[in-house]
Design a protein. Structure first.
Length: 568
C-alpha cells in the first residue's frame, strides 16, 4: 500500500530500466491449453507445481467403457470457480521469501524476477496475455534531474518579471541551489579591499554583477581569469555571479572550459547579455556605461531596489517498469472489462535507500502485498480450473510502482495497451486487493461503495461469509483503485488494515491470518463471478479519492457487520 505523503519515497537510480523477457504469441499457445481450447471451454484439472507460482496440468480423458443403450447428448457443465486455499498460502510464502529481495520497483532484478514468475504462471494456466506479452511496460516520472540552466526573475521594487532565456547562459548551477538576493556591481577586477574586522564586504550575501574587461567591449573572460575572479567573490561571501557577456558567441570548446571553471567555484554563474545587464543597472538608476569607466570599474556598488532570483531548471527523471496482465475473454460481452488487481511490488532491501525498517535487511512484504497478489492469482487459477467462461472479459492485473506513487495502475487506467480487450472495450469495474492478510478485530474493510449504487445490494446478497466487515462509502487514494475511480470506473478496495509490521522487515508470511484470508478470498471470488457475469454497476461519485483509511470516519461508513458469535 502506498505510504502516506509524509513518508519520503525519493530514490535516485540511474540504472537502465528493466525490460525483461517477453513472451510472444507462440509462448502463450504453448501453455497448458490453447486459446482455441479456452474458447471451447474444455474443463481442466490443475495441480500445484512447487517450482511455479501458478501451475496446471491437463486432467485425464474420461471414456465410457459400456456403450449407451440409446443415443445421448452429453452437455458439459462448467463448475463454479473455487479457491484452492492451500495453493494461495503456498504462493504467499514463496512470493514473500528472502530470495525475492523485497520486489522493489527500482531494483530491476528483483522486480523482474517477480514479474517473470507471474507471467510464467499465467502462461502455464493457459490464460492469454493482453497484447503480445504478459509483461506490459510503462514509463513513469520519478525524481528530477537538474539541468545546466536557470529560471531567472528580476524584482524591481516589487515588480517581478522573468528574464527571457535568450538573454542569459548558465555556466554553473552549483547543484540544486536556488538563490534570491540583492544585486551588486563589482566591476572588472574586484579587489574588494578588506574592511574593519566584523564588517562584511559589499558583496557578502549578494549576487555580484561582474564586467569581464575594462570598457564596454563585450569580451568573455578567459577560463583562468574567471577562476581568479570567482575565487575572490566566493571568499567575500557572494551567493552567485552574473558575468556580462554573450554566451551565444562562445564556441563549444570555450563554453565547456568556462563551465568547468564555474562548476569548480561552487557558485551559480551565468553569462548575461549586455542589454540585459544595462537594463538591470537602469532599474537601479545607474548607467552600465558609467559604471564601466575605469574610475568606477572596480568599486562595488549595490544596485538599490533590484533583487535577482535564480532557480535551476529541472526535468523529470523517468524509470521503466512492467505491469503483468492476463485475460479471460468474455463469452457475451468481451468489450466489457472487469479488472481484478493488486500491486506486486514492495519496498525492497534496506540498502536500496527505500523505507525498509528493522533489523533484517529485506522487507518481504507478505501482507503488503504478497497477500493481494496471491488472492488475484488464486482467483485466476480458480477460473481456469473450473472451465467456466465469464460473460464479460476479466483482466487479472498485477501493478508495479504502487509503492512509488500508484504508477502502474495509472499507466493502465490512463493509457491501456492498444490491444484487445482494451482496444474497443471499456472498463466497467475494478476490484483491488491490497493488504488482505491480517484480519484483525476491526475486520475487513470494503471501500468505494459510493462509486456505484449497485455495489451494496450485490454485497448484501452475497453476505459476509462469517467476516466482520466495515462497508465504507468513500474511495481511498492510497491504493490502485484510485487510478480507475479518477477515470469514472466503479471500484472496490479490499483491505484488512494497518499494523505494526507495515513497511518493516517483520512483515513475514508466518504472521498472516490464513483462515481469514481464505474467507476473504471466497467472498471476493463470489463477487467477481457476479460482476463478470453482468451485474449492473452504473458509475456514481465525484472521481476524487480521500486520504483517510476506510472506517476511520463514521460519517462515511455505510454499515458494519460484526463477527458472528461463537456457537455455544
Amino acid at each position: 500500500m502506498l505510504a502516506p505523503r509524509g513518508e519520503t519515497r525519493q530514490h535516485e537510480n540511474d540504472a537502465e530500466s528493466h525490460h525483461g523477457l517477453r513472451a510472444g504469441r507462440g509462448a502463450a499457445r504453448a501453455g497448458c491449453y490453447s486459446r482455441r481450447a479456452v474458447a471451447r471451454i474444455r474443463p481442466l484439472t490443475l495441480a500445484l507445481v512447487p517450482s511455479l507460482l501458478l501451475a496446471c496440468e491437463r486432467g485425464p480423458t474420461r471414456t465410457n467403457t459400456a456403450p449407451p443403450t440409446e443415443p445421448t447428448t452429453t452437455v458439459a457443465v462448467a463448475a463454479t470457480p473455487t479457491l484452492d486455499h492451500a495453493w494461495m498460502r503456498a504462493f504467499v510464502e514463496r512470493f514473500a521469501a528472502d530470495d525475492m529481495q523485497g520486489r522493489f520497483t527500482l531494483d530491476r532484478d528483483a522486480i523482474g524476477r517477480a514479474a517473470d514468475q507471474l507471467a510464467q504462471g499465467y502462461r502455464e494456466l493457459g490464460l492469454g496475455p493482453v497484447g503480445e506479452a504478459y509483461r506490459v511496460g510503462f514509463r513513469f516520472p520519478f525524481g528530477t534531474v537538474v539541468e545546466r540552466g536557470h529560471h531567472v526573475w528580476v524584482d524591481v521594487a516589487g515588480d517581478i518579471q522573468a528574464l527571457p532565456m535568450e538573454q542569459f547562459t548558465t555556466l554553473s548551477t552549483a547543484g540544486e541551489t536556488a538563490v534570491m538576493a540583492e544585486l551588486v556591481w563589482v566591476g572588472s577586477d574586484p579587489a574588494l579591499p578588506s574592511r574593519p574586522s566584523g564588517h562584511p564586504s559589499a558583496v557578502h550575501d549578494r549576487i555580484a554583477l561582474l564586467q569581464p574587461a575594462h570598457g564596454p567591449a563585450d569580451v568573455p573572460l578567459s577560463p583562468d581569469a574567471l577562476t581568479a575572479r570567482l575565487k575572490v567573490l566566493r571568499d567575500a561571501g557572494a551567493r552567485a555571479v552574473l558575468v556580462v557577456g554573450d554566451g551565444n558567441a562562445l564556441s563549444q570548446r570555450d563554453r565547456e572550459a568556462l563551465e568547468s571553471r564555474a562548476d569548480a567555484s561552487g557558485l551559480p554563474v551565468l553569462l548575461v547579455a549586455r542589454n540585459a545587464a544595462a537594463g538591470l543597472c537602469e532599474a537601479a538608476g545607474e548607467s552600465l556605461a558609467a559604471l564601466e569607466k575605469p574610475a568606477r570599474a572596480s568599486k562595488p556598488r549595490v544596485l538599490a531596489d533590484v533583487r535577482i532570483s535564480l532557480a535551476p531548471r529541472r526535468t523529470d527523471k523517468f524509470e521503466q517498469a512492467d505491469n503483468v496482465l492476463a485475460q479471460l475473454p468474455g463469452s457475451e460481452h468481451p468489450e466489457e472489462i472487469v479488472i481484478v488487481g493488486a500491486h506486486y511490488d514492495h519496498i525492497g532491501r534496506r540498502d536500496a535507500g527505500a523505507m525498509c525498517r528493522g533489523d533484517d535487511d529485506i522487507c518481504n512484504g507478505a501482507d503488503d502485498n504478497a497477500s493481494g497478489t496471491a488472492m488475484v492469482a488464486a482467483m485466476a487459477r480458480a477460473w481456469a480450473k473450473s472451465g467456466r467462461r465469464p460473460k464479460r472479459t476479466v483482466v487479472f492485473a498485477h501493478f508495479a510502482g504502487e509503492e512509488l506513487g500508484l504508477h502502474g495502475s495509472k499507466a493502465l487506467a490512463d493509457a491501456p495497451p492498444d490491444a484487445p480487450p482494451f482496444r474497443g472495450g471499456r472498463v466497467v469495474a475494478m476490484l483491488n486487493f491490497d493488504m488482505v492478510g491480517r484480519l484483525g478485530e476491526p475486520g475487513l474493510s470494503i471501500g468505494g461503495l459510493d462509486s456505484s449504487p449497485g455495489w451494496m445490494p450485490l454485497l448484501d446478497r452475497l453476505g459476509s461469509h462469517g467476516l466482520p466487515i466495515v462497508y465504507e462509502g468513500t474511495v481511498n487514494s492510497r491504493s490502485d483503485q484510485a487510478s480507475f475511480y479518477a477515470r469514472g470506473v466503479p471500484v472496490l478496495f479490499f483491505f484488512t488494515g494497518m499494523h505494526d509490521d507495515y513497511h518493516r522487515a517483520t512483515d513475514h508470511a508466518d504472521k498472516l491470518d490464513y483462515d481469514g484470508m481464505n474467507r476473504i478470498g471466497d467472498l471476493a471470488l463470489a463477487l467477481v463471478v457476479e460482476v463478470a457475469d453482468g451485474a449492473a454497476l452504473p458509475f456514481s461519485g465525484s472521481g476524487e479519492a480521500v486520504g483517510r483509511l476506510p472506517g476511520s470516519d463514521e460519517r462515511t461508513v455505510i454499515k458494519r457487520v460484526a463477527r458472528p458469535a461463537p456457537a455455544p
